[in-house]
Design a protein around this ligand. Structure first.
Ligand SMILES: [Mg+2]
Ligand SMILES: [Zn+2]
Length: 211
């Protein structure tokens, strides 16, 4: 069974907009997110996006638009040497009481069944307590990032009730932590144009950063 990293979209991979991302023109990658996705892919993880998009059932955007955004997002990720194995979104609003809207773990458990994923050896990265709660409910290790809504979310009571296993500045640092947990995988990162060794990592080795 394979390991996976489940990723929230808005606030983790792309900039979170108060008024929602309603078209590809409004979609902006958060700096470093494409690199992080490449590292996770190169390290042998399945990578999945699990995103609440209630704006679909609220009639703000069509499912087709959401899927178009995802196709274009994936094309950029691939162009950057990364991959997203599957993308799952919940179109439901709060009151529909579905099993997929985070904090419910439905999207993670569905993907895990479809792709034969070992959830206990997998990770969930999000910028909201609901992402962490969904990850925990699916028995994944969880990382909260401070990008997007994360800086505010970490202080919420709900975030204390559903504490993340790790809090990271952004997806790059989340990926570094995840790779570090795995122990066997080198984590190099490129900062100010130079490669830096992650402090304390005993298993430094060359990982292709091309692409
Ligand atoms: Mg988010
Ligand atoms: Zn749903």
């Amino acid at each position: 069974m394979m390991r996976a990293v489940f990723l929230d979209r808005d606030g983790v991979i792309s900039e979170n907009l108060a008024d929602h991302v309603k078209s590809w023109e409004e979609f902006r990658f958060i700096p470093g997110a494409l690199d992080a996705l490449r590292w996770l892919h190169q390290a042998g993880f399945r990578t999945f996006v699990v995103t609440n998009q209630a704006i679909v059932n609220r009639g703000v955007v069509s499912a087709q638009v959401v899927e178009d955004i995802h196709a274009r997002m994936l094309a950029q990720v691939v162009q950057h040497g990364g991959f997203i194995d599957d993308i799952c979104y919940c179109p439901h609003d709060y009151h529909e009481n579905c099993e997929c809207r985070k904090p419910q773990p439905g999207m993670l458990t569905q993907l895990a069944a479809r792709w034969r994923i070992d959830l206990a050896r997998s990770y969930m990265v999000g910028d909201a307590w609901t992402d962490v709660a969904a990850g925990r409910a699916a028995s994944c290790r969880t990382v909260m990032v401070r990008t997007g809504r994360g800086a505010e979310q970490v202080n919420l009571l709900e975030a204390q009730q559903h504490p993340a296993h790790h809090i990271a500045a952004n997806l790059i640092e989340a990926a570094e932590w995840i790779l570090y947990q795995e122990g066997t995988v080198p984590t190099l990162h490129e900062r100010n144009g130079s490669l830096a060794r992650v402090a304390g990592a005993p298993w430094y080795a060359a990982l292709s950063l091309g692409g």
